[in-house]
Design a binder for this molecule. Structure first.
Ligand code: PHE
Length: 360
């Protein structure tokens, strides 16, 4: 091997081993720079005789080309490796779903209220609200419950005297969401299709009663509403809510002063070994009160009962949550036990919809 070939081989090896652009540049200067070995050899060729000059020139130029090419190639490789490293370091998988860090979650009662509203919204009902501190008139009188009516006792009402009204007119913590019927009739008139979710209060406490609980009121008023419409809406609602065909409902004749006729809806369920199951067993849990709106209630809402009729219902939200999620004791809902909440609560980003699924 000539010394030129040796130089070329050694340089090519060094280039292949170079691990930075700086060391490549040093190599280039050492060989092809102004003081570089090959540059100097080319410069010194004048001293050679013509034959020798030709073969040395060919060998030097070949070596120069090979080295230049190797330098370019190695520089490209290093650049690409640097880019790869950067891409790895800055890599971000935007396809991963968001990971909420669970500082908060949705209580099963809130989840149930949202699910119920989503189902009725799908049927064309809007959402209405009313105050939790309610006047005696809206909570009772307007709903055809006069002062001496026995239904007043049944409601286990919390009365509150407010400084602002001099303590003369007792207000109540609303005992049901039905006063929202009257308020919404007065505000919006007929036809009217609304649901009104909210908190209600009664002085009662056991496995299926807590002093504060939740209802979703429903009201549909139009020119030709019948009990058949009511039954269809409630059956359709239960099928959608429980997401199973096995649900069995029982419509039982009942009495409410603000509806005529009235019915209560019970759902077949079983309580075994502290487990609550829906659609089987010999127990029935009352979940809905309903009926055709009493003409006096329409009048209180300033709607003409000779033109319009309607149906109304009140759904017990807490019991609905117990049934769907198999929670045997209502009192656990309000004990704020973090372990219980972790077990039964919902991800805040899972918003219930009919098309996306109501619950996980
Ligand atoms: N307000 C009734 C209750 O709380 C339920 C109900 C609502 C009944 C609407 C009939 C119509 O028990």
């Amino acid at each position: 091997m000539t010394d030129i070939e040796t130089l070329e081989q050694e340089t090519l090896q060094s280039i292949a081993a170079a691990d930075s652009e700086a060391s490549l540049e040093a190599l280039r200067l050492g060989v092809l720079g102004r003081q570089g070995t090959i540059t100097q050899r080319l410069r010194g060729m004048g001293a050679l005789d013509p034959d020798e000059r030709k073969s040395v020139a060919t060998a030097l130029n070949r070596a120069k080309d090979a080295i230049s090419q190797a330098l370019r190639q190695r520089r490209d490789e290093l650049e690409e490796a640097a880019l790869d490293r950067q891409m790895q370091a800055e890599w971000l998988d935007i396809t991963l779903p968001a990971r909420p860090n669970r500082t908060g979650s949705v209580h099963p009662v809130s989840q149930t209220m949202d699910e119920v509203a989503a189902i009725f919204a799908d049927m064309g009902f809007g959402v209405a609200e009313g105050p939790q501190i309610e006047t005696d008139w809206h909570n009772f009188d307007a709903l055809n419950i006069p002062p001496d009516h026995p239904a007043r006792q049944e409601h286990d009402t919390f009365f509150i005297r407010m400084e602002s009204d001099g303590g003369s007119q007792p207000n109540v913590l609303r005992t049901h969401t039905s006063p929202v019927q009257v308020r919404t009739m007065q505000e919006r008139g007929a036809p009217l299709y609304i649901v009104a979710p909210g908190r209600v209060y009664r002085c009662d406490y056991d496995q299926t009663h807590t002093p504060m609980f939740h209802q979703t009121e429903g009201l549909a008023i139009d020119r030709d509403i019948t009990m058949a419409n009511l039954k269809w809406v409630l059956e359709e609602f239960c099928r959608a809510y429980f997401e199973v065909d096995a649900v069995e409902l029982r419509f039982r004749a009942s009495h409410f002063p603000f509806t005529e006729p009235s019915a209560e809806v019970d759902l077949r369920c079983s309580w075994q070994d502290g487990q609550l199951k829906v659609g089987e067993g010999d127990d029935w849990m009352e979940i809905i009160g309903c009926g055709m709106v009493h003409p006096r209630v329409l009048e209180a809402g300033r709607i003409d009962p000779s033109v319009y009729q309607g149906f109304a219902f009140g759904i017990g939200i807490d019991r609905l949550a117990m049934l769907k999620y198999g929670i045997p004791d209502l009192r656990a809902f309000y004990e704020s036990d973090v372990r219980w909440l972790r077990h039964y609560s919902f991800e805040p980003l899972d918003i219930p919809t009919l098309h996306g699924g109501l619950s996980r």
